[in-house]
Design a protein around this ligand. Structure first.
Ligand SMILES: *[C@@H]1O[C@H](CO)[C@@H](O)[C@H](O)[C@H]1NC(C)=O
Ligand SMILES: *[C@@H]1O[C@H](CO)[C@@H](O)[C@H](O)[C@H]1NC(C)=O
Length: 782
């Protein structure tokens, strides 16, 4: 009971306040782009998996890619071009040792490349899990070759043992900051700064205290550096931020509660002299909230991205982070954005939490309201300290003991505007990148690129509080979770890694919008309609008159669209007919009209997601059909004609046999069967006619003489292919009946709902008819 109350006070109170505000719970991508090989440039190598570590080397024109037991150097402009690759496999002995410790030889006892960082000397620092015995080395690239230095440097604390365990690392001035597990069991988490062995002037490694109040079963997510010493009046130090989730020590709930965290350390930290010797004296952390409506348990951080405007002070930088639920009851993912300055303020001015023992052995974490020692615990060394001759080694024990016992701040970090910038139901978010773009209105917009568990990439923007997902693109087939996402400012391309391969994607593919209205309603800040070219174009690549309206979606400036050529369609009474209509937008409403009157969905006329289904068609169903897509934007409602059909009763008789058979059996076999049937029948008719006319010559002779007869059959079919209305009356009744009975397959086909519907569906049907006609032509000449 006690735990329940504290849980509700801890979590539900702020959420209850949030609930008052009604916000759309989830956002649907306006466009879904199914897998197509042109969606992205792909790289994968046969037999190599787990392409999850990437390093952009714009200086070398390379994307360096770490996979399982291999490193690749790909052309950064076209990753399908491989410049070099090198293997790093585990030895048989290592596999045996790993297997003896109870690990799986096929998955765990391999070398997964986990760390790739550029060093100041141009080399690449690389580490791998190395069959649960992490190892690091140096790679150099020259003459289209990747070469290992073979230094076999111990990777403990730098690289995880377990390939399935999450970790984070960055390299700053040849110092490696890594957050991972120190031991084989994965039970000793650390954040450590160490120098690769090749770096000569090493200040020695600094690490976290092994205490649950510092790191409590953490799941490390990402790490970033902030240049906070820049133009700092107080002489502040640069910081390294670590994002992770962990079991909350401060929640005295019955069940374990996991929360999201941000921690930070100062770059100049060298540890204490007696207290916190070789440990961080500046390690502070706090909770990060991303309040999602209706959620009882806090959402957990999965990735973060530091967005900074190069023209502005670092205080204007924003951390974008993605969150997913910790229970399986929801499939909602969210993006929250945090001001770096808000985070900094909590650490530099906020209150601390402090453990208090209540009753006998129960520890409760409460806000510390006692006296805080000077210099402030966890603060970086400032100008004032420097003047007093203090570096972190000289910090007084009181300050160090305080931060050693109380690394947790009282106040959590709240996102900008107190709510997510994006929410979406569906495949969980896995990675995020944010890019700023100046749209045609001269304003700057932040476009979020989000990888998902199902191998799709979302492109989304928050327009003044309105969440908008421009599109979702399938990058991998079969779907594979996106494990890493990078953006190159030089190539303006994105790179997404998965277990099966890597994809290279441009910032936008404007050509997906085929009309001006679609281009404008897509509200993609990268794309606009070029009036001169009559195309949806990438903004920066085009000058001149561009129509774009990202905030309003105002498409009224668009020139009137070209009229659509109606497609002619026939039905056979009693059969089903499907008219396709694929709206360019998931946000549009589809309306069907027949002879300008709106059709309401009924059992015999069904609205489908991708068309209209006419069941048991009758003469009354003939008419002019139009599929309209009605999309609302802030500015207006826009109606566009997506498809038009002229539907009438099947004029011909041959179609009855030819169409359904051709569809199910394939043109050649079905056509052949039909042709043979036709031939037999025409022979009979011919024979009968000849008998009737009193000619009784030999059969072959008759064929030759009456060239008209085969000719007549041929013309008849040919006329049906043209399918004009007058043709409906042409064929004689006499021919009709035997033809019907000669096609038993056609009626059984109608039992297959799908087959029957699509049987008369395709425009290509007349083409199929024509190929079967060829057979008739050929056989009649035998
Ligand atoms: C590596 O890829 C394989 C094949 O897709 C996958 O089953 C496995 O889980 C991946 N391993 C890791 C550690 O991600
Ligand atoms: C990206 O490149 C552009 C020019 O190509 C430059 O103006 C901008 O500062 C760069 N941004 C970053 C974050 O490096």
């Amino acid at each position: 009971m006690h735990s329940l109350i504290s849980l509700s006070v801890f979590w539900l109170l702020p959420l209850a306040v949030m609930l008052e505000e009604e916000a759309p719970l989830a956002c649907v991508p306006r466009r879904h782009v199914s897998y197509h090989r042109d969606n992205a440039v792909l790289f994968r190598e046969e037999g190599v998996f787990n392409y999850s570590t990437m390093l952009l080397r714009e200086d070398l024109g390379l994307l360096v890619l770490g996979a399982r037991e291999a490193v690749f150097a790909l052309d950064i402009s076209d990753i399908s071009k491989k410049h070099a690759s090198v293997k790093w496999e585990v030895t048989e002995q290592q596999v045996n040792e790993c297997t003896n410790k109870g690990k799986d030889p096929e998955t765990e006892c391999k070398n997964y490349i986990r760390i790739l960082h550029a060093m100041n000397n141009g080399k690449i620092f690389v580490c791998g899990t190395n069959a649960f015995d992490p190892l690091c080395d140096y790679l150099s690239y020259a003459d289209k070759k990747l070469t290992f230095a073979r230094t076999a440097e111990d990777g403990k604390g730098k690289c995880p043992f377990d390939p399935f365990q999450r970790y984070a690392s960055i390299m700053v001035d040849d110092q490696l900051y890594s957050a991972t597990s120190m031991n084989f069991l994965g039970s000793e988490p650390i954040l450590i700064r160490s120098s690769p062995a090749s770096v000569s002037s090493s200040p020695g490694s600094i690490r976290t205290e092994f205490k649950s109040s510092w790191l409590n079963e953490p799941n490390f997510v990402s790490m970033v550096q902030m240049p906070e010493s820049e133009q700092s009046e107080v002489g502040d130090d640069d910081k390294v931020y670590l994002f992770f989730s962990e079991t909350a020590v401060e929640c005295d709930c019955f069940n374990k509660l996991v929360v999201s965290r941000v921690a930070r350390v100062c770059k100049g930290d060298v540890g204490g002299r007696r207290t916190l010797q070789k440990k961080w004296t500046s390690f502070l952390k706090t909770r990060m909230d991303c309040p999602v409506l209706h959620s009882q348990l806090p959402y957990l951080i999965q990735d973060s991205y530091r967005w900074c405007d190069p023209m502005q002070h670092w205080e204007k930088c924003i951390f974008y982070a993605i969150f997913t639920p910790q229970s399986d009851t929801s499939d909602l993912s969210a993006v929250c954005a945090y001001r770096v300055s808000d985070i900094g303020k909590v650490f530099s001015e906020g209150k601390y939490k402090s453990p208090v023992t209540v009753e006998t052995s129960f520890v409760k974490w409460v806000m510390y309201s006692g006296e805080v020692p000077e210099p402030r615990p966890g603060a970086c060394i400032s100008n004032e300290d420097r003047k007093a001759g203090i570096q972190s080694l000289d910090l007084p024990d009181r300050t160090l003991q305080f931060v050693k016992d109380r690394p947790l701040m009282d106040q959590p970090i709240q996102p900008m505007d107190g709510k997510p910038v994006l929410m979406r139901k569906g495949a969980a978010f896995t990675r995020i990148i944010v890019n700023q773009v100046q749209a045609a209105d001269r304003e700057m917009y932040h476009v979020m690129f989000i990888g998902t568990e199902e191998g799709t990439l979302l492109r989304a923007v928050n327009y003044d509080g309105e969440m908008f997902i421009i599109e979702e693109v399938e990058l991998f087939k079969p779907p594979e979770p996106i494990k890493s996402l990078k953006f190159s400012n030089v190539t303006r391309q994105l790179y997404a890694g998965s277990n099966f391969g890597v994809a290279q994607i441009p910032l936008a593919t404007c050509g997906r919008s085929l009309s001006c209205i679609d281009c404008v309603l897509a509200r993609d800040p990268y794309c606009g309609w070029s009036v001169a070219d009559g195309k949806c174009v990438f903004l920066s690549s085009s000058q001149g008159n561009i129509i774009q309206s990202v905030k309003e979606g105002n498409a009224s400036l668009c020139p009137p669209p070209d009229p659509i050529e109606p497609v002619i369609r026939f039905f056979w009474p009693g059969s089903n007919l499907k008219l396709s209509c694929n709206s360019p937008s998931n946000l549009a409403q589809i309306i069907w009209e027949r002879d300008n009157i709106q059709i309401t969905s009924s059992p015999s006329l069904q609205y489908l997601q991708d068309g209209l289904l006419i069941l048991n068609a009758s003469i009354n169903d003939a008419g002019h059909y139009r599929c309209l897509s009605v999309e609302s934007s802030k500015a207006n409602n826009y109606t566009t004609t997506v498809a038009e059909y002229r539907v009438s009763k099947d004029p011909g008789d041959f179609n009855k046999i030819l169409l359904p058979q051709a569809r199910t059996d394939g043109p050649s076999v079905a056509g052949l069967k039909a042709a043979v049937a036709l031939l037999v029948i025409s022979l009979f008719v011919l024979l009968a006619w000849n008998f009737y006319k009193g000619h009784l010559p030999l059969r072959w002779c008759c064929m030759k003489k009456n060239g008209e007869q085969p000719q007549y059959t041929r013309d008849q079919v040919a006329l049906n292919c043209d399918m004009t209305e007058q043709d409906a009356q042409r064929p004689s009744q006499a021919e009709n009946k035997p033809l019907m009975s000669a096609a038993p397959n056609s009626s059984s086909n109608n039992n297959h709902a799908g087959g029957a519907v699509s049987g008369s569906d395709e425009n290509s049907a007349p083409k199929i008819n024509l190929t079967s006609l060829q057979y008739i032509d050929d056989e009649s000449q035998i």
